[in-house]
Design a protein around this ligand. Structure first.
Ligand code: ADP
Length: 334
């Protein structure tokens, strides 16, 4: 494969996140910071994923507002609308058509085996809707509609990407070479654990720290983090290698991490001291981001204009892909 330097054609990146209204530090560390870095080397398309959000959202009236917030997060994090496309998924409806064609190529049994589907069935047994089972087909359509070959995601999304590769292979095998087989790229922190110290940080698990939380709220949440269970008394030494607060220090307090390790293993500090420094570090890391979010939130018309422009640019690519897809499948041209 050609190295980054000798590539003559710039590869395309696609990624996005569900518009849950609150992005958390897991989303940021696992995916969003890569969105920013990849802009230097790739043509990037980033999407506020509103349609997928409807699979779990209880109150759909929030979804429009949440799309605006998600776009704000991407812009505040450093996605540059001059270089990259930022748009809202439903503004380019061709994706739903492509997902439907992919659905015809996908046995139901494949979709019901996807780990995230099984997890959602456990989480919302009263709302196992058709959209939930078709989630990977729509995600594959998101990526392949733009013929993206690079997808920055956290490791939890790997099974979905594998599905996208399979569907690309299947479509290409049946109808001729149309789509690239996309590959994932991960950050150095592709799976951030939540405040419970056990499972992946996730809004639906309620174990997350929102990146847009106020400094006081961040501190309050950090204070609830589960630490080494063997450290019950202030005088008990801790085991940093087992403690999620320590792993967050490794990310957010690189200058202090040796000191933190020593204070923990010698019981020089209690967990409250350790968490207090972590709250300061997280607040320091997101201070500028939060300022930019506030500026953008005060000017929603600017964000809307960026999204309109992004949708127009994304639509041009989508129309071209769909014309080819329909022709290859043998549908009668209208
Ligand atoms: P959530 O899991 O909170 O509902 P999404 O499914 O919308 O978030 O994920 C958006 C992006 O953030 C995806 O690329 C996903 O892999 C990444 N991501 C989500 N949670 C984490 C985490 N805890 N650690 C690393 N990356 C994550």
């Amino acid at each position: 494969m050609a190295s980054r330097r000798d590539r003559t054609v710039t590869e395309r990146v696609f990624s996005g996140f569900r518009v849950t209204g609150e992005q958390h530090i897991g989303n940021y560390l696992g995916a969003i910071r890569n969105y920013v870095d990849l802009q230097a080397d790739y043509d990037c398309i980033y999407c506020a994923v509103d349609v997928h959000s409807l699979t779990t959202l209880e109150d759909a009236r929030q979804v429009g507002e949440n799309s605006l917030t998600s776009a704000t997060v991407m812009l505040a994090a450093g996605v540059d609308p001059e270089r990259s496309i930022i748009f809202v998924q439903s503004h380019v409806p061709e994706v739903m058509e492509l997902a439907e064609y992919f659905a015809m190529l996908t046995p139901l049994a494949v979709l019901t085996r996807v780990p995230t589907f099984k997890e959602k069935v456990r989480q919302q047994p009263e709302n196992v809707n058709l959209g939930l089972v078709g989630y990977p087909a729509l995600m594959a359509a998101d990526i392949l509609l733009y013929r993206a070959s690079v997808v920055p995601i956290g490791v939890d999304q790997e099974p979905h990407l594998e599905f996208a590769r399979e569907i690309a292979r299947k479509f290409n095998g049946r109808f001729g070479e149309t789509f690239p087989e996309p590959r994932s790229v991960h950050t150095t922190t592709p799976l951030v654990r939540g405040l419970d110290g056990q499972s992946k940080m996730s809004k639906s698990m309620g174990n997350h720290i929102p990146i847009g939380a106020s400094p006081a709220e961040t501190r309050r949440l950090v204070m609830t983090a589960v630490t080494d269970p063997q450290r019950q008394r202030r005088t008990d030494p801790g085991r940093p290698e087992l403690c999620n607060v320590y792993s967050l220090h490794e990310i957010f307090s690189p200058a202090h991490v040796k000191h933190v390790y020593r204070q923990c293993t010698t019981a020089g500090w209690g967990c409250v001291d350790c968490k207090s420094l972590l709250a300061d570090s997280i607040n320091g890391a997101f201070a500028e981001f939060r300022e930019r979010c506030a500026e953008l939130a005060a000017d929603p018309d600017r964000v809307r204009a960026i999204l309109r422009d992004g949708a127009a640019r994304a639509s041009a690519i989508a129309r071209e892909t769909m014309a080819e897809v329909r022709a290859r499948m043998g549908l009668l041209a209208g």
